[in-house]
Design a protein around this ligand. Sequence first.
Ligand SMILES: CC(C)(COP(=O)(O)OP(=O)(O)OC[C@H]1O[C@@H](n2cnc3c(N)ncnc32)[C@H](O)[C@@H]1OP(=O)(O)O)[C@@H](O)C(=O)NCCC(=O)NCCS
Length: 198
Amino acid sequence: MGRRRFRVSTDRDHDVSEGPTTRPDFTVRDGCPGDIAATTRIYAIEVREGSASFELTAPDEAEMTRRFETIRDAGLPYLVAEDTGGEILGYAYAGTYRPRPAYGATVENSVYVAAEARGRGVGRALLAALIERCRQAGRREMIAVIGDSGNVGSIALHRALGFRDAGVLRNVGRKHGRWLDTVLMQFTLQDDGDDGAL
Ligand SMILES: CC(C)(COP(=O)(O)OP(=O)(O)OC[C@H]1O[C@@H](n2cnc3c(N)ncnc32)[C@H](O)[C@@H]1OP(=O)(O)O)[C@@H](O)C(=O)NCCC(=O)NCCS
């Protein structure tokens, strides 16, 4: 699969609907099978040490490849941020929100940035590009299912890009010896007045 590059916005005042811009120190592009080793490493640390993911055992590269293929086969974006030295700093993807067919226009987003690359706009760039790609793919709503109401970084990132609060499910997970909430946030990708009438 060819690598498609995107110019992405990391400007805090930039409306992502205006289209992407660029950053000199990294690029957001389509992920490819060669990126899976890096995304597996980034995700494994978050599974082991963090509370954003409710997985308890980190998936191996074969499983991460299977997930990557499922996303791409659904026509949805799987993006990586790569620095000028070729290192993968983070990744983001949109997956099916829920499997039943009436949910088909709704996606759930995920974004993970390596700990050492945080706080320099990588998460914002990935999520802005993901939103744009999902719009182009005709999806209508994007849902963030954020593990842990103490996950200030993820909540701040989603708010910064215009997601609105949609609710909190209290104590629905247990990890690292404590009960965890799930924070739901929502972003409307297409606001075209379509009321769903056929
Ligand atoms: C959440 C995460 C993706 C953010 O990535 P990042 O590259 O550090 O974020 P950015 O530097 O692009 O920051 C984006 C915005 O969020 C805010 N933000 C990010 N981390 C923050 C933190 N810890 N506290 C407060 N605000 C924060 C920034 O201030 C910035 O706002 P601005 O653009 O208006 O200035 C990253 O911290 C991460 O991978 N966390 C662990 C996994 C996770 O929680 N993923 C989300 C799963 S839903």
